[in-house]
Design a protein around this ligand. Structure first.
Ligand SMILES: NC(=O)c1ccc[n+]([C@@H]2O[C@H](COP(=O)([O-])OP(=O)(O)OC[C@H]3O[C@@H](n4cnc5c(N)ncnc54)[C@H](OP(=O)(O)O)[C@@H]3O)[C@@H](O)[C@H]2O)c1
Length: 295
């Protein structure tokens, strides 16, 4: 009892802060779970909630968040690009990526960051992938592909990044972005399965940045499209084992899970907001409480 009171009075001395995530749909977001578990573990009087914000309500919602002086927030689909029009400033990385997933209230000004870049790059660094002279295959040309390219542009001597996407226009734009960042990027024909199979088999790193898999759809990459020494990263995190990752497992390739991106983008947001080191293991444990630790 006494001990409880001590903890409570210690907590009450600390500042209250509120954070949130905005998106539409938002019901299934796991960000409140991972951020609140991180705040609790460090005894911070901070809380994090989810707000459904339809596209037409974005501007009004941002004004309201400013009025209540919210400390920071995450941004998810469909607002990652349009939010830029409603911010006071952007980090250099967010500017280059053209997308924002984290906003920090800096003395009343809303500043946009892109921590999806960390979400993609940190799991690769944890595996100590040697980028020198490797070929990489990226599926998709949306915001996450752009974040991947910005992150990969900091790695030296990548031989080539092949990118395949359904919409040719978007593909051309990300190829231009990659080239502008100094990467050797090459577009692939979406309908040429044979070429895709060959390129895929020669890739040391394969990253799926499309939504394929969210609804248990089959991946265009079959198990014979992957080599044993490849790293196969699916940024879709639910289900934990997407069809792509099941195919990678069958091929004997190294697997990188979508939840790893979720944790590391969230950890970077946490660090931007709090200037404290994120309790990664606490955040992971909270996630595994929902869908179990993948074996
Ligand atoms: N793990 C994490 O923390 C994390 C973080 C961010 C995003 N994600 C997930 O990553 C996925 C992509 O996010 P994003 O922000 O990059 O989205 P985005 O900007 O909307 O891009 C979506 C991409 O997926 C492609 N795509 C969608 N449905 C497809 C289909 N049926 N067949 C082929 N291609 C399809 C789109 O191709 P077209 O250009 O041809 O339409 C586009 O390249 C989402 O599922 C999201 O939930 C995960």
């Amino acid at each position: 009892m006494n001990e409880d009171r001590t903890i409570n009075s210690k907590k009450l001395k600390k500042e209250f802060k509120t954070f949130c995530i905005i998106g539409d749909p938002i019901d299934h977001s796991l960000s409140p779970l991972i951020q609140n578990s991180a705040f609790d573990s460090l005894n911070l009087n901070y809380s994090y909630i989810a707000f459904k914000v339809p596209p037409l309500e974005l501007e009004e919602s941002i004004k309201s968040l400013k009025t209540i002086n919210i400390s920071g927030f995450n941004v998810t689909l469909p607002h990652k690009v349009n939010i830029i029009n409603h911010l006071d400033n952007l980090s250099d990385e967010a500017k280059v990526t053209g997308a924002v997933n984290t906003v920090k209230n800096e003395d009343g000004k809303f500043v946009g960051y892109n921590t999806d870049i960390n979400g993609i790059i940190t799991p690769l660094e944890e595996r100590q992938i040697n980028f020198k002279d490797i070929e990489i295959l990226i599926l998709g040309a949306g915001g996450s592909c752009r974040a991947a390219l910005v992150g990969l542009s900091k790695k030296k001597d990548i031989k080539k990044i092949n990118i395949v996407n359904r919409d040719q226009n978007k593909l051309d734009k990300v190829i231009d972005l990659g080239k502008g960042l100094g990467l050797r990027c090459n577009p692939l024909n979406y309908d040429d399965q044979k070429a895709l199979g060959e390129v895929s088999f020669n890739s040391k790193l394969i990253i799926n940045t499309t939504s394929i898999g969210l609804n248990n759809e089959s991946s265009p990459l079959k198990s014979n499209f992957m080599s044993k020494d490849a790293f196969v990263f699916d940024i879709v995190y639910r289900p934990v084992f997407t069809n792509l990752l099941n195919n990678a497992k069958e091929a004997g390739s190294n697997i990188i899970f979508g939840y790893e991106m979720l944790i590391h983008q969230g950890a970077k947001s946490f660090e931007l907001w709090t200037d404290m080191k994120a309790p990664i293991n606490v955040m992971k444990k909270a996630l595994f409480g929902i869908f179990g630790e993948p074996k």
